[in-house]
Write a new protein. Sequence first.
Length: 244
Amino acid sequence: MMKQEVNTGGLMQNSWKLLGLLLVLYSLIWGMLGPVPKLFVLNETIRNLYYHVSMWFGMMAMMAVSLYHSIMYLSKGRIESDFKAEQFAHTGILLGLLGITTGSLWARFTWGGWWVNDPKLNGAAISLLIYFAYVILRGSLEEEQKRGRVAAVYNIFAFVLLMVFLMVYPRLNNVDSLHPGNGGNPAFSSYDLDSAMRLVFYPAVLGWILIGTWVALLGFRVKMLDYRRALESYNRPGENSTTL
C-alpha cells in the first residue's frame, strides 16, 4: 500500500514534465501538418510561428524566473537561489539560441536574407550577448557570496535590457521594423493568427516553458550535487561535516 502511494505521488509530481513533452511533440507534429492561412509573402513559412515565437516566449519566461531567484538571493542569501538563477538563465540562453536560429531561417525565406537590419533581430542578438556576459561574469568570480551578489545585480539589469530591446524599442512608431506588431505594423493576432493556429501556438508556448523549467531544474540538481560533494571533500579532514 505504501509503495503504491509513493508511485502515485511520483507520477503526480512528474505529470507536468510529461505534459510539457506532449505539448512540444504536438506542436512540432501538428505545426507541420495542420492547416494555416495562405498569406502573401509568408505562405507556408508562417508555420515557423509555432517554433520561433514560442521558443522566445519560453526564453523570456526562463529569464523572468532567473530574475526572481536573483532577487531572492539578494533578499535571503540562499545559495540555492543563486544556483537556480544561474540554471534558468542558461536554459533561457539555450531557448534564445534556438529562437534566433529559427528566426534567421524564417528571415531567409520571407525577407531574402539570413540576417536583416531589423531592430528586433539586432535587439535579440544584443540581449543574448548580455546574457553570455552574465555567464562569463559568474565564471570570473571565485568567492561564492561575492559571485552570487554581483551576478544577481547584473541579472536584474540584464532582464530590464532584455525587455527594452525586445518589447519596448521595436514597438515605437518611429522605429522601422519588419516584425509584426512592431514599428507600427499590425500584430499577428490582428490579421492571421486564426483559431486553428491558436490551438497549436498556445500549447507550444506552454510546452516550451514546461520543458525549459524541467531542463533548468535538472541543471540545478546537478549543481547542488556538485556543491555538496565539494563541501564534503573540503570538510573531510575535520571531525564534523557541514550540512546544507
